[in-house]
Design a protein around this ligand. Structure first.
Ligand code: ADP
Length: 310
């Protein structure tokens, strides 16, 4: 199973978001990992503790990722360059679901690469879970990525020759779980995403929505602090998109896992707590300016407008 994954990672050539994650996520192992039941329970407990603390504090959630004045320039030959990020500042709060929208070329992918610790800014700072990460070396970033971040892609990116169960379990084994723990974790998560009865199916025997559920389970298997989605509903029809958003929302509510989703779909953004809008390498609107309060208990936003007309 591991060999198959290695072969898959070796043939990956493109520099897409999905490819970069696939090729780099395999290199860090942890000596052992607790079972999914224990981890999920811990997550749920931590999540509800966090939520009740936040409600107690009037909806002010602790920040999980903070980017300050990040700049990124791509040099194209000697005299030409692109300023992909021109001073991006952004905070993601623990337990929220945020959407990132913006026209093509506005810098969304570049920001996602940074949030996913796949890249660092040329200047500016980035703090993940209280730790500076913008100045770390590749090896340390890889370790953080495998432990703290889960990824979901538009095209699901499941390994076609492995069952749903093995696709999920493999991600846990790569992070250092024993085979037994990994399988137990995978079973628990497939149940969580409503696919317990499809665990033995190959990806080709699953619908697009079911494949994306497997991918969500895989993203969660190492109990990441944050899950990043790159157009996670882009290949799905409207009804299935809604279904997948419901699954992610439920997981977000149950486990307190933070989600950040790049999307072109306004309905996906609408289903999130907040929409960050990018344009020309800058955050045009961080989605917080009109928000005067957010209750993570009921997940209701109170906009200045709504309050004014209440
Ligand atoms: P978006 O995801 O919003 O479409 P990107 O973050 O991919 O935007 O790109 C922002 C800008 O940076 C674009 O002008 C793009 O052409 C440029 N860019 C992105 N990646 C590279 C790269 N590896 N080399 C050169 N230019 C790049």
């Amino acid at each position: 199973m591991l060999d198959q994954m290695r072969a898959t990672t070796v043939v990956a050539q493109k520099q897409s978001f999905a490819d970069r994650v696939t090729r780099t996520s395999a290199s860090t192992r942890r000596p052992s990992a607790p079972s999914i039941t224990a981890r999920l329970k811990k997550h749920v407990t931590d999540g509800s503790k966090r939520r009740s603390r936040s409600i107690h504090r009037g909806g002010d959630m602790a920040t999980i990722i903070e980017i300050r004045d990040a700049k990124k320039r791509y040099q194209l030959g000697k005299d030409n360059h692109v300023d992909a990020l021109r001073g991006v500042s952004l905070s993601i709060r623990r337990g929220e679901m945020a959407a990132i929208m913006g026209p093509s070329g506005s810098g969304k992918s570049t920001v996602m690469h940074m949030l996913g610790c796949l890249d660092t800014p040329d200047s500016g700072t980035m703090v993940l879970n209280g730790r500076r990460v913008d100045n770390l070396r590749d090896r340390e970033l890889t370790k953080i990525r495998s432990q703290e971040i889960g990824f979901i892609f538009q095209g699901f990116n499941l390994i076609p020759t492995l069952s749903a169960l093995d696709n999920v379990a493999l991600a846990a084994e790569y992070a250092g779980a024993s085979h037994g723990d990994a399988v137990e974790s995978a079973k628990g998560l497939l149940e969580l995403v409503g696919l317990a009865d499809r665990a033995g199916h190959m990806p080709s025997e699953l619908s697009g929505g079911q494949q994306q559920r497997v991918a969500i389970a895989r993203a969660l298997v190492n109990s990441p602090a944050i899950v990043l989605g790159d157009e996670p509903t882009g290949d799905l029809d409207t009804a299935t998109s809604e279904e997948i958003m419901d699954v992610m929302r439920e997981i977000n509510m149950k486990t307190g896992t933070t989600f950040v989703l790049v999307t072109h779909n306004p309905e996906v953004a609408e289903a999130c707590d907040r929409t960050i809008r990018m344009r020309d390498g800058l955050v045009e609107d961080d989605g917080l300016s009109t928000e005067v309060g957010f209750d993570f208990g009921t997940r209701r936003r109170a906009s200045a407008h709504a309050l004014a007309y209440a």
